[in-house]
Write a protein that binds this ligand. Structure first.
Ligand SMILES: O=c1ccn([C@H]2C[C@H](O)[C@@H](COP(=O)(O)OP(=O)(O)OP(=O)(O)O)O2)c(=O)[nH]1
Ligand SMILES: [Mg+2]
Length: 147
């Protein structure tokens, strides 16, 4: 069975459903918009989801786009994936962007606009050193391995 973690949710808007998985074992729980919004081609909009959460220490939640919106409408999230810190108690919001060049993207209140992925995260301790250990990749990046 998929491991589970308890996440406390506060509904800032009582009519808005809790985040929910479309299928058991899904990675992303759908989030809805509390407001109707029309996003012109190339424009963006900050929308509320009506929920705030408290994650256990050692966890973060990531706000990912929905592939169906990308495919059907050209809609994604500007800062994808958005990072929700364990200590954040405000409303989870989503910065939608309409990449379509012609059609506005129209959303009604209650439409599913993003999905939340809850993950364990490590907190790093950053140690400064004179020289980093060598590696096969070295400083190669940005296409260094060819097409
Ligand atoms: O898509 C997102 C991304 C972030 N947040 C909330 C939760 C997160 O804990 C907080 C801060 O996010 P982030 O650190 O990415 O933003 P910042 O621009 O660095 O703001 P801050 O200075 O508040 O950290 O905003 C959202 O509601 N939705
Ligand atoms: Mg920050």
């Amino acid at each position: 069975m998929t491991p589970q973690v308890e996440v406390l949710v506060s509904r800032l808007d009582p009519e808005i459903p809790l985040p929910s998985y479309a299928h058991a074992g899904d990675a992303g729980a759908d989030l809805v918009t509390t407001e109707a919004v029309t996003i012109a081609p190339g424009e963006r909009a900050l929308v509320g989801t009506g929920i705030a959460i408290a994650l256990p220490a050692g966890y973060a939640a990531f706000v990912h786009p929905r592939s169906g919106l990308g495919h059907r409408l050209g809609v994604s999230i500007v800062n994808t994936p958005g990072t929700v810190d364990a200590g954040y108690r405000g409303e989870i919001k989503v910065v939608l962007v309409n990449h379509d060049l012609r059609e506005p993207a129209v959303f009604e209140r209650g439409d599913r606009i993003a999905q939340l992925v809850v993950q364990r995260v490590e907190s790093a301790v950053f140690h400064e050193v004179e020289r980093l250990p060598g590696s096969a990749r070295g400083d190669g990046g940005y296409g260094s391995t060819g097409r």
